[in-house]
Design a protein around this ligand. Structure first.
Ligand SMILES: NC(=O)c1ccc[n+]([C@@H]2O[C@H](COP(=O)([O-])OP(=O)(O)OC[C@H]3O[C@@H](n4cnc5c(N)ncnc54)[C@H](O)[C@@H]3O)[C@@H](O)[C@H]2O)c1
Length: 339
């Protein structure tokens, strides 16, 4: 199968590409390697996939690696660049599209709103247009648990009617779901939106809690604990996410409803303070905590009901948080050479 993945130098995109190549598939990868967080980490992920940074630092250049027998073709470009997208879709036979490229981060959407509209709305519509133009049958895209806003009915269910996103990031993700529905309705291709719930694990994102806390604790810096630690998150280990995501890529359902969204989480919520205690135990270091009020845009809790994804695709996340955090710490220490 030829799978096109946008955001392939990102946390989830990298893991998906690696796993699909190992399963024997070919990947057409796109990423603009933006500087929202340390680009070195993105280049290092690409290097693991066999793409050398001396190539990937050039824009609009096609680079091919076949480190794992099957190939990864990499293009450094932005999904806002429709002309280059057309060239990529013309030059490659694509069976499935996975759009993971996005301007991520809830808090940053208050600082740089324009970037969210460019990547998550303009870029997203461009990818939908490519699916329409090139007759793609299946389009999978990243949505987010943040679409639930401050919903109080837990666990969060896909049946909830949602129209109250509390950050621009969440608003762009909710709009993606509406846009995908429209394209599916008009042009009859399958669209699958996956609402990711706080994904963590090796090669994870430096702007997310586990990474920030681990770094700060190891460097004896203070960590900011928002809402006095009274926040709840459904932390989902990357391997569980990839298993679920791949099921939607590989399996064909005979459903009448061609446009669907699914929660993809662990199905357990953890209080932030307890999560920090767990991390302290694993690192055997006490954190210096700076208790802060809740940040604008942050939701109080996330907690996924994953029954729908389980019923349709047999999704069964099973990584225990303690084990997952341990794996992250091992990776972090190795990657940053901390003895
Ligand atoms: N990690 C999570 O917990 C989480 C939770 C909810 C939703 N998501 C969604 O999952 C997807 C992947 O997230 P991630 O954690 O891997 O983030 P990430 O930032 O590590 O990966 C996204 C990648 O997309 C690239 N990118 C951004 N804008 C682009 C553009 N306009 N054109 C081309 N490339 C672009 C970035 O350079 C980056 O490498 C995103 O859509 C994100 O919104 C992630």
């Amino acid at each position: 199968m030829n799978i096109l993945i946008t955001g392939v130098a990102g946390f989830i995109g990298y893991h998906l590409a690696k796993s699909c190549i190992k399963d024997g598939h070919n990947i057409i990868g796109i990423d603009n390697i933006n500087d929202y967080y340390d680009q070195k980490l993105k280049f290092a992920r690409l290097k693991k996939l066999g793409i050398n940074s001396s190539f990937s630092s050039e824009f609009n250049k096609e680079v091919i690696s076949n480190k794992y027998n099957n190939w990864l073709k990499f293009y450094r470009t932005s999904i806002e660049d429709k002309e280059t997208l057309e060239y990529i879709f013309k030059s490659n036979k694509v069976d499935v599209v996975c759009n993971l490229a996005a301007q991520v981060g809830v808090r940053y959407s208050l600082i740089n709103p324009g970037q969210y509209i460019q990547s998550n709305v303009v870029g997203f519509v461009n990818i939908c247009e490519m699916c329409k133009q090139f007759g793609i049958k299946k389009f999978i895209y990243a949505s987010s648990s943040s679409v639930y806003g401050d919903a109080t009915t837990i666990p969060f269910s896909e049946d909830n009617f949602l129209n109250k996103p509390i950050s621009l990031y969440a608003a762009t993700k909710l709009s993606n779901e509406l846009i995908a529905y429209t394209y599916s309705h008009l042009y009859k291709f399958e669209t699958i939106g996956l609402r990711f719930f706080t994904v963590y694990g090796p090669w994870g994102r430096p702007d997310m809690a586990l990474f920030l806390f681990t770094k700060a604790i190891l460097e004896n810096e203070t960590i900011n604990v928002f809402n006095n630690g009274e926040l709840y998150r459904d932390f989902t280990y990357i391997d569980d996410i990839i298993e679920g995501l791949k099921k939607t890529v590989y399996n064909q359902l005979t459903k009448k409803n061609k446009s669907r969204v699914y929660n993809i989480g662990r199905g357990k919520k953890i209080k932030l303070l307890n999560f920090i205690s767990l991390l302290e135990d694993e690192l055997s270091i006490k954190a210096n905590k700076n208790f802060q009020p809740k940040q604008p845009g942050d939701v109080y809790q996330t907690y996924a009901c994953c029954k729908k994804l389980n019923d349709d695709y047999g999704y069964l996340p099973n990584t225990d948080i303690k084990k997952g955090v341990k794996k992250f710490i091992n990776w972090y220490k190795k990657f940053y050479e901390i003895i």
